[in-house]
Design a protein around this ligand. Sequence first.
Ligand code: NI
Length: 252
Amino acid sequence: MLVETHCHLDFPEFDHDRDEVIQRAKDQGIDYIVNIGSSLKGSLASVELSRKYESIYATVGIHPHEADTFDLETGETIKGLAKNKKVVAIGEIGLDYFKRYSKKENQLPLFLAQLNLAKELNLPLVIHTRDAQADTLKILKEAMPVRAVVHCFSGDNLFLKECLDLGFLISFTCNITYKKAQDLREIVKFTPLDRLMLETDAPYLSPEGFRGKRNEPAQIRLLAEAVAALKGLKLDEVERATTENARRFFSF
Ligand code: NI
């Protein structure tokens, strides 16, 4: 059994074959899929998917890219959605100073507001952070205790250690298979198995050999194999541990 902990099946890339994509994941032993909200529209669609498919759980949240257009009404809608039974986390939320699609001064209060919502509803956080590690850690440390996963981990050893010390989970995508990702593969080796989760971030980040193509949850199996090889473990050990971690974190 495997869990896909982060993908975007609500995106238009899946409009023509969503059922088949979900079936292919099932055929590969992926029993649960967490579909991640990243905008108002995406959060609504994510909850809708969780209603339609038993194996799908949802998160709701506004991505830092959307911070410039965020308003109070959107916040209220997210809050209402978050109370749905199959909503298992608030996310993906955080800070992105790499692309800067939204202003930093709008990203910070949005992150904080959603972090507080998660605490109020006792839900964990799915964190997106890019070129913003210091601010992300500062905000999270001030908000402790919080439960969080750092999605698509791309930091260095020091950032890894800080996240682990705060009790956070670390999730890796298929980008660990890229030829140039040697440093990231070292980080995978340093990440304790009881803190590690697997995600595709589909439709993005297809594994080596599939680059340029749409990614999908079925590729979690290939990712699990890559992690097992890096850590010198059996595949079923990685399956069992990452599944337990995901089910404990998201409470399903
Ligand atoms: Ni994502």
